[in-house]
Design a protein around this ligand. Structure first.
Ligand code: ADP
Ligand code: IOM
Length: 342
């Protein structure tokens, strides 16, 4: 493979850190599962509008291609090579008031974590047989959950287009045909092995074999961040007693995209801020200072519609789950205070 040519206006972290020198040092390296530099960077090479542009194939990718992953991880999470990651999922540590008591601004709250099973490569290079096995194991574990987490598993294969589209539109299901995931190898044999589990109320959901093997999700209408976090913490604990997830001392939970390492947690609100959102500089200053990112109404790489923004924590590694969700709480509190004064 030749050193890729990126367009001049490319802003991804891959473009920034894949110098010719780094490329030459890494181009012959292969992980024990057969993952190469070419595979790792394909998404960012094919999609120069990526925000990051690189994916891992297995836990070892983060060591084998460290010359490239390390600076990207440091810039994204502020986490250095010798830093350590500590988890803390205790909901009793959250001293949160209910934000937006009158329901004026926050439409809904969602918190998800990514997980991958120990003993398998990541979705970028997993074989069809292994992916089907992951689906079976995850499905069986999920079907054993009881109480408010009890639900059903719905495989994507055989799901009617109407049901699928409605689930996507209502923000419950991952979209289909994402070009970033496609180029990363994450859409191979679609829709086989993919599916969604959810309880009746659709407040607890698990995506199976999308960007990560599991995306464990807690969501509900309104702005009760603590309640959403508590449900997720309970669900993760229940699932961890049934299966073992891929993690490392240094990087926490291992995920296919380096932005999700560590807690693998993205805690978000869908919020309307009609005044503040017209003052882009102030909006960005507040979100940046609180380590938050702004996404569109339909998630990553989508635009805001009807004035709805998806605001979530950007850092996920080197901080605990409690700190990640506190980034969201503190930032949203300030956003609402500023909006109310404008
Ligand atoms: P992920 O959160 O798993 O990284 P996306 O950014 O693609 O992936 O978001 C997945 C889906 O979750 C999208 O449909 C998005 O609109 C929805 N979503 C995210 N945050 C919220 C929220 N607070 N309320 C409702 N839906 C949300
Ligand atoms: N998480 C992943 N989908 N994303 C960061 C892709 C990108 O834009 O690089």
């Amino acid at each position: 493979m030749e050193y890729p040519k990126f367009p001049k206006d490319c802003k991804s972290l891959l473009c920034k850190y894949l110098t010719e020198d780094v490329f030459n040092k890494l181009k012959e390296r292969v992980t024990p599962n057969g993952y190469t530099l070419e595979m790792a960077i394909n998404s960012g090479v094919k999609n120069p509008d990526s925000s990051i542009g690189i994916y891992a194939g297995d836990k070892e990718s983060y060591e084998v291609f460290d010359l490239l992953f390390d600076p990207i991880i440091e810039e994204y999470h502020g986490f250095k090579k010798n830093d350590t990651h500590k988890s803390d999922f205790s909901s009793d540590k959250l001293d949160f008031d209910l934000l937006d008591k009158d329901g004026e601004f926050i439409l809904s709250t969602r918190i998800r974590v990514g997980r991958n099973l120990l003993g398998y490569p990541l979705g970028t290079i997993i074989s069809k047989k292994e992916r089907d096995e992951v689906e079976e194991r995850v499905k069986n574990a999920l079907l054993k959950l009881g109480g408010s987490l009890k639900g059903e598993y719905y495989p994507l294969k055989g799901m009617s287009k109407e049901v699928q589209q409605k689930l996507i539109k209502d923000h419950f299901l991952f979209k289909e045909g994402d070009r970033f995931l496609e180029a990363a190898g994450l859409n191979r044999e679609w829709p086989d092995g993919r599916g969604i589990f959810h309880n009746d109320e659709k407040t607890f959901l698990v995506w199976v074999n999308e960007e990560d093997e599991l995306r464990i999700i807690s969501m509900q209408k309104g702005g009760n961040i603590k309640e959403v976090f508590e449900r997720l913490a309970n669900a993760v604990e229940a699932l961890e007693s049934k299966m073992e997830f891929l993690k490392s001392e240094h990087l926490g939970y291992i995920t296919s995209c380096p932005t999700n390492l560590g807690t693998a947690m993205r805690a978000s609100v869908h919020i309307k801020l009609p005044k503040l959102s017209t003052n882009k500089a102030l909006f960005k200053e507040i979100t940046d200072r609180n380590h938050l990112q702004i996404r569109g109404t339909h998630g990553e790489h989508s635009k805001s519609e009807e004035g709805i923004f998806d605001i979530s924590n950007a850092r996920r590694l080197g901080i605990s789950e409690v700190e990640a969700v506190s980034d969201l709480y503190n930032g949203v509190k300030e956003l609402i205070e500023v909006e109310t004064k404008l």
